[in-house]
Design a protein around this ligand. Structure first.
Ligand code: TXA
Ligand code: MG
Length: 334
């Protein structure tokens, strides 16, 4: 059931569902989450089951304000506090040492916990209302089946989990890709997952250089967003330069597949392809592109496209989040 997030009755119903240990489709400014009470291990178990996600992959705990962090984290380094001061509420998740007695299931058994305070007004209202009912943290991974494209509208969430799930409609997500994740448990901040906040912005805010070994390390905490293949639509995604896209169109004798092109550069479509090809303009602005990315991949899937040819994003750091998601979407599973 999709409820209008503007209505106080919807907020109340959402908070009650969380209190009762049920799942909830929750809008945030990044992507929609599949939410449950982080303090209720059985409710958290339902998230893993619904997503088909391994139970040792930790979830992010969402809080109504920074004050709630110490309910879950046993300590907060100075640089983490500064990051919260500057970027919360907002698209930033901090990995902090976990209080051993709380949120073990949500943390996937790690001795750390991911915490985020979202800025979306509806998310905030739900978190506050839940808190008034004794739910102090809400565990929520992106509301998609494991390995699939994150949802940025309520309809996407219903498409993943069906209409039986209670979903709060908060409109299309403003950011469009998941939060930046900064590990604050290693003495120095480490960016585990790029989002729309650049390493420069993060470093400047906390006064310490944020390290950026984005690729997984052997000893790094598990992060499913750092598995090579992730965020994949059903269609095969290929990252290509504009020249490669043009060359492929000109040299393939006839359309051999239902192809969608998503490019910033102008592409000439030969007549032989016209029927079989969808050609959409990719935004030239990195933030706009992040906003459109997952919705665009889902739209191509819905059109029955079998291949998506995407123009490789520019190498500037502001494109890191988009480049990361596209590279993973283009990596075959297995
Ligand atoms: O924007 C977002 O972060 C969205 C919205 C719903 O808030 N959530 C999201 O959750 O993207 P999810 O589960 O799809 O991705 C969370 C990432 C995973 O890669 C997970 O492994 C990592 O955060 N993570 C969570 N807790 C962690 C921990 N204790 N140590 C290391 N990684 C952690
Ligand atoms: Mg996810």
């Amino acid at each position: 059931m999709i409820l209008n997030g503007q209505l106080p009755t919807s907020i109340a119903a959402a908070a009650k569902a969380l209190q009762q240990g049920e799942l909830l489709g929750l809008p945030t400014e990044t992507v929609y989450g599949l939410a449950a009470d982080a303090g209720n291990d059985a409710a958290v178990g339902k998230i893993f089951e619904a997503k088909g996600r391994p139970a040792n992959h930790p979830l992010i705990v969402h809080v109504a304000s920074a004050q709630e962090v110490t309910r879950f984290a046993s300590s907060v380094p100075d640089f983490a506090q500064k990051l919260m001061d500057v970027f919360w509420p907002g698209p930033l998740t901090l990995i902090l040492p976990r209080r051993p007695e709380v949120a073990a299931a949500a943390a996937g058994g790690q001795n750390s916990v991911g915490v985020r305070c979202p800025s979306h007004a509806t998310a905030h209202a739900v978190l506050q209302a839940a808190q008034a009912l004794g739910v102090y943290g809400v565990a929520a991974p992106s509301a998609n089946l494991f390995g699939r494209v994150s949802p940025t509208t309520a309809a996407h969430v219903a498409g993943e989990f069906g209409e039986e799930l209670l979903i709060i409609d908060g409109g299309a997500c403003e950011v469009g890709i998941e939060s930046s994740i900064v590990d604050c448990t290693r003495g120095q901040p480490v960016l585990l997952r790029p989002g729309v906040l650049t390493p420069e912005q993060l470093s400047q805010a906390c006064g310490v250089t944020v390290m950026t070994p984005v690729m997984p390390q052997a000893d790094a905490p598990r992060a499913s967003g750092t598995l090579d293949s992730h965020y994949a639509p059903h269609a095969t995604v290929r990252l290509m330069t504009a020249e490669q896209i043009q060359h492929a169109l000109m040299t393939a004798p006839v359309a051999h597949a239902r192809v969608a092109v998503w490019a910033r550069s102008a592409v000439h479509v030969p007549e032989t392809w016209a029927q079989q090809l969808t050609c959409n303009l990719m935004p030239t602005d990195a933030l706009q592109c992040a906003h459109d990315l997952f919705a665009q991949l889902r739209e191509f899937d819905a059109q029955g496209v079998t291949q998506i040819w995407v123009e490789t994003p520019p190498s500037e750091v502001c494109w890191d989040g988009v480049r990361d998601r596209l590279t993973r979407a283009a990596t075959p599973a297995g």
